[in-house]
Design a protein around this ligand. Structure first.
Ligand SMILES: [Ca+2]
Ligand SMILES: [Ca+2]
Length: 221
């Protein structure tokens, strides 16, 4: 799904430079913005130029798909986990979003699968700092040694060979996370984001970790 979003968005988003690099009315492809700034600020009106270059209030009531990728480590010295998310998100106002998506995270030992949801409060601007709160709920599967149970756990034709492992359901996991980040509207429809989350998990404080990620979102009305 993430690859699909990148593919769809990529043709629009990355075949060109960000919109409006050479003009302050950056979002004229959006009808609401275009109407509002049909008459642009005068050359000498610096405040007006800055306002139209920053304004992203037209995103109100738009919705879209997002794909994220990131890295985290659970606990002190834990293996870093790579993760990917994909889901839907929408703007209720120009400064408030929520989202729901699916998450997969993995490293050498563990796999986590689950759903996540969250809310974010942001500046209604092209470059938009945000704060958010999220919730992840899922389950974990870990790999453990299984070289003494009389079973060919990995289906390779050898029973209990040295180092044989099996996948093992190791329980439910939930995490809440405050986050901070920044969005940038590459075009009026394509939003790039980076963020940092502090994951507070049900596994205990030793499992808490910081997560860094990036997102691409493709929006429409
Ligand atoms: Ca085996
Ligand atoms: Ca075995």
């Amino acid at each position: 799904m993430f690859a699909l979003i990148v593919l769809i968005g990529g043709r629009d988003a990355f075949a060109q430079l960000p919109d409006g690099l050479t003009r302050s009315r950056w979002a004229m492809d959006d009808p609401i913005y275009a109407e509002k700034y049909a008459r642009g600020a005068e050359k000498t009106n610096i405040a007006g130029k800055i306002k139209q270059a920053a304004d992203a209030r037209f995103v109100r009531e738009s919705y879209g798909f997002y794909g994220s990728a990131g890295m985290s480590s659970f606990g002190d010295g834990g293996n870093p986990m790579a993760s990917a998310e994909a889901g839907v998100t929408g703007y209720w106002t120009s400064y408030f979003t929520n989202r729901i998506g699916a998450v997969a995270a993995a490293n050498d030992d563990d796999v986590y699968l689950g759903v996540e949801t969250g809310i974010r409060l942001q500046a209604p601007t092209r470059l938009a700092p945000f704060v958010g709160l999220g919730l992840f709920a899922g389950y974990a599967e870990e790999t453990r040694l299984a070289d003494n149970d009389g079973v060919d756990n990995d289906d390779n034709g050898w029973i209990d060979e040295r180092g044989e492992e099996e996948d093992h359901f190791s329980g439910a996991l939930a995490a809440v996370y405050p986050e901070i980040g920044v969005h940038f509207w590459w075009t009026p429809k394509v939003r790039l984001s980076v963020f940092a989350r502090e994951l507070v998990t049900t596994e205990g404080r030793d499992s808490d970790s910081t997560y860094f990620g990036g997102t691409i979102g493709i929006f429409s009305r």
